[in-house]
Design a protein around this ligand. Sequence first.
Ligand SMILES: Nc1ncnc2c1ncn2[C@@H]1O[C@H](COP(=O)(O)OP(=O)(O)O)[C@@H](O)[C@H]1O
Ligand SMILES: [Mg+2]
Length: 318
Amino acid sequence: MTIELRGINKKYENKVVLDNITLTLREKFSTILGESGCGKTTLLKILAGLVTPDNGEIMLNKNKLFSKSEKVNLRPNQRNLAMVFQDFALWPHMTVFDNVAYSLKGNKEEKAAKVMDALRMVQLEEFAQRRPSELSGGQQQRVSLARALAPRPKVILFDEALSALDAVLREKMQTDIVQLISQTDSQAVFVTHDQHEAMSMSDQIIVMEKGRVSQIGTPKEIYEEPANHYVANFIGKINLLEKDVLIRPEFVHASKGDSKHLHRIFRVLRSQFTGNCYIIHGEVDGNPWLFYSETPFVPGEQCDVYFEEQQLIKIGGY
Ligand SMILES: Nc1ncnc2c1ncn2[C@@H]1O[C@H](COP(=O)(O)OP(=O)(O)O)[C@@H](O)[C@H]1O
Ligand SMILES: [Mg+2]
C-alpha cells in the first residue's frame, strides 16, 4: 500500500502550520515524530479527511482522496481509514460491543462477527457488555483499537494513542500494537512526540519540525545519520565536538581501549545515578558533554575521555 501526500499546505489565520509536505508512506509501520505544536495532528486529520488542506493532493494507492486542483475531497467515511485517539473517544453511554460496532456496515450477524473478531484480537471478548467507565485506561484504549481494527481499514492512524497510559502499560501496548498490525492487512501511521516510542515501533520515521519534514528514514538511519542538528538532538543525546561534528555519549569512555584514538579533556560537573549506570555530566571545550559510567566521578575532577573517529556523526556529511 502507498499513501502519497504532495504539496500539502495548511494555514490557520495566516499562521503556516504545514509547509509544503510531500511524503510517501509505504512501510507497514510509519511514525511521524515531532515536538508538540509542529503540526502532527493537523497532518493526520488531513489524511483522515477531518481537516481540509489549502493545497495539494493525497493518494491512497491509485485512489485520489484529495486534490485541490481537481476538486476531489472524499469524506472521512469514504477513505478506508480508521483513527485511534489519545483520549480514546469512546461513547460513554454505549457498551464496548456497541462502541466497536458503531461504524460497521453489514447485517446484524456480520457486524457481530466483526466486533467479536476485533475484541478477540485485543483480548477483550469477555468485556463486550461493559461500559467504558467500567474499564481501566489500558482496556479503554484497547477498545478504541478494536474499533479501528473492526472494519479492516487499509490504514490505521494513531494520534499520540499511548500518551495517556502509564509507562509500564505504555511499553506493553507499544509491542502489542506492532504485533497486532503485523497480523492484519492494515498499514499504520503513528504520531508521537516520544522518540523512544518512535524508535522502538517503526519501520520508517518521519521527523517533523515546525510544519516541515526534517528527515525520513529507518530508526537506525535517523539515529546514525541525522540530517541536521535538530534531528540529532531530538533523537537521543549528543556531544558537540566542533561545528557539525558530534558524538553520541555511548561511544565516549573514560578508559583508553585499544582502538580509541581521539581524546578530549572532560571536566566533571555532576554524576547522575540511573539504576543501571551513572550519567556523567560535564564539559569539553566549553560544550556540555555526557557519557555513561559504572562508577561515579567527583564534581570538579578532570579526566581524559576517548572515542573513535568512525563513531563521529558529521552533519551534512553523508
Ligand atoms: N483549529 C485550529 N485553529 C487554529 N490553530 C490551530 C488549529 N489546529 C491546530 N492549530 C495550530 O497549529 C499548530 C499545529 O498544531 P497540531 O497539528 O495540533 O500540532 P501537534 O499535533 O504536532 O502538537 C499549533 O500551533 C496549533 O496551535
Ligand atoms: Mg497533536
